[in-house]
Design a protein around this ligand. Structure first.
Ligand code: AMP
Ligand code: ZN
Ligand code: FE
Ligand code: FE
Length: 281
């Protein structure tokens, strides 16, 4: 069972890397991708937790914006975690999340919501990449909403008046940086239209020119029809097809292993990295 996209307390998941690896072992997962937002901070703890028969595909989910302003999440797996260009891109991405959060809070305050940056920092685990789910948790703490889900539904979704984007690389730059660090790139949930605008299928060929390796097809936010369309794109452009849970612990309904990657697809993906970087205890 191969699940290549999950989150921990190094970003907006609610399980520590240690707990996640143990839950994945219990769930029968054999290859676990750990892909925190704009961060590799969970890798070291995950490695200490790994034991047979689980292997780890360590990575990150990088938030990007196309030149026409569409939000695209790019999964990078199996890159060299010590690559300087990569770590610079990730730390710049994390830095810009702070003024962005301040802006979202100001917009909420202007409409009378009682919420401060201090509340959000309190809701965020130490060292975690700051994100909207932490703002959602702070809104729950302040009894403004009942759950993360309700916070996103009513206040924090991508079309909301309170939504602010942050400065990010383009998808092409993220792909090139992942490749330069020896890793592989997979576009995450590219048709999750529920979240807002999505890229057109024509855009995929530009991403392939930049070095894209795969498409995340089986993901809970994509309908059966969207998955059929994406599989066609993958065949046309000779891309690897993946499936994954995008597990976030208690913060979202997604359960570990609810969508999986076919072993043959994984084998091909792994062969496209510059070195064998899978962690096999
Ligand atoms: P950000 O990176 O700060 O823009 O926050 C985006 C994160 O919010 C994504 O990782 C999603 O997993 C999470 N998210 C989006 N919608 C929801 C929801 N309805 N409930 C919980 N988390 C969500
Ligand atoms: Zn997330
Ligand atoms: Fe995502
Ligand atoms: Fe994700």
């Amino acid at each position: 069972m191969i699940d290549l996209h999950t989150h921990t307390t190094a970003s907006d998941g609610t399980d520590t890397p240690f707990a996640l690896v143990n839950k994945a072992l219990s769930a029968g997962i054999t290859v676990l991708g750990i892909t925190d937002h704009d961060s590799t901070a969970g890798w070291a703890e995950a490695i200490t937790a790994a034991r047979k028969p689980i292997s780890l595909a360590l990575g990150a989910e990088i938030s990007t914006l196309t030149l026409d302003g569409v939000s695209v999440h790019m999964l990078g797996l199996l890159f060299d975690g010590e690559n300087e260009q990569m770590q610079t891109m990730l730390s710049e991405a994390r830095d810009t999340r702070i003024p962005r959060m301040r802006k979202m809070i100001e917009l909420l305050q202007a409409d009378g919501y009682s919420i401060t940056m201090e509340d959000v920092i309190k809701a965020k685990p130490e060292g975690a990449t700051l994100g909207r789910p932490h703002l959602a948790d702070a809104l729950v703490m302040n009894a403004i909403v009942k759950s993360r889900d309700e916070a996103f539904e009513n206040l924090l979704h991508n079309e909301s008046k309170y939504y602010v984007t942050h400065a990010t690389p383009t998808p092409e730059v993220a792909i090139q940086t992942i490749k330069a660090a020896g890793g592989v790139s997979i576009i995450a949930h590219p048709m999750a239209s529920r979240r807002g605008d999505v890229i057109s299928t024509a855009t995929f060929s530009n991403l392939v020119s930049a070095g894209l390796n795969g498409i995340e097809v089986d993901h809970r936010d994509q309908t059966a029809a969207e998955r059929i369309e994406l599989r066609k794109v993958a065949v046309d452009l000779d891309l690897v097809v993946t499936g994954a849970s995008d597990y976030h612990g208690l913060g979202k309904l997604n359960s570990l292993g609810e969508n999986l990657t076919d072993p043959a697809q994984w084998e091909r993906l792994e062969s496209l990295a510059s070195h064998r970087r899978v962690v096999t205890p």
